[in-house]
Design a protein around this ligand. Sequence first.
Ligand code: DCP
Ligand code: CA
Ligand code: CA
Length: 350
Amino acid sequence: MVLHLDMDYFFAQVEERENPRFKGVPLVVGADPKKGKGRGVVSTCNYEARKFGIHSGMAISKAYEACPEAIYLPVNMELYSRVSENIFRIIEKVSEKYEKVSLDEAYIDLSGLAENYKQAERIGCDLKKLIFKKEKLTCSVGIGENKMIAKIASEEDKPDGLKVVKAGDALKFISQKSIREIPGIGPKTEKKLEIILEKSGLKIKDLRAISKKQLVDVLGKRGEEIYKNVRGEDDSEIDLKTKTKSIGKEITFDQDTLDPEKIISTFKNLSQRVAGMAKTEERPIKTVVVTCRFENFNTYSRQVSFKPRKPTKGLIYKKGAKLLLKLLAKKLKPVRLLGIRVIFDESDKE
Ligand code: DCP
Ligand code: CA
Ligand code: CA
């Protein structure tokens, strides 16, 4: 069983939360419409603005035409990323087995967590409550036997929806849906299928009339999947996020060197790059490993562990340089390669 979670009108809902006077009135997040002359696009908008036909990807000038009195806000990505991280931290509490699709969307593998649909629904309900309690934001949840069914289900009762589609009901559930609800069927594929069936506004059940061979002829390998999808089947797996255990970087000098200035400045640079990469993981590190290869290809590694700390450039450099200097003082040979690596804390405390 799979659970699909998608936040409702995500960027706009976050803005409403930050500023309640935006609630209940049309709100568009994207760009400054500059009285109709703006050149950006709509990122998203709240449901009041959708009533005017405004939607994601629409030119902001067009949105302005449709609803000049709406409130227009720029994209505050830093804010939405922060909120997204909080949401994924809540998801992680429910299960480590999840796939992050985007800032506002995830699949959770319910196998081992729920034995039946009733239990699955409970998990979905609790998750929604938890997100609302902690973040004051609503989301929509769909539960089904595979990713595709779960995804289509999450759209069903949006916003603030919770829809469970049991295995036996899946075929009927998708039959009357537009073919565009199948993940991966975009406007181009839709057009091709309309040509085959000489009909527009296709429903999923219509595609069951097309043979597997014909689908493959027209769509290639994807045709085989679509053949299954329209029958409620989906083999795609949840792409579990495996936690990065360590991050490192090494560099080979153009020429072997004993020049302390060169060694130190290179090492500083490496530390900075490793710190930059490690920061994006947003987890503390507990070990720094330094590697040094000398001209004769003999390679040595030294490491030091400490109480888990934020991976700052200063910390990584200080811990690493100490190890490196000790190693160099002992060997006193021209250096061929330098490397530094940090290992993340696995204890997973908050
Ligand atoms: N987004 C964007 N540009 C797009 C589509 C989306 O910047 N063309 C951003 C803004 C959305 C967020 O991604 O808030 C999530 O996209 P969704 O497609 O899930 O749409 P929403 O969450 O805004 O609305 P819904 O309630 O339909 O899920
Ligand atoms: Ca969404
Ligand atoms: Ca989404």
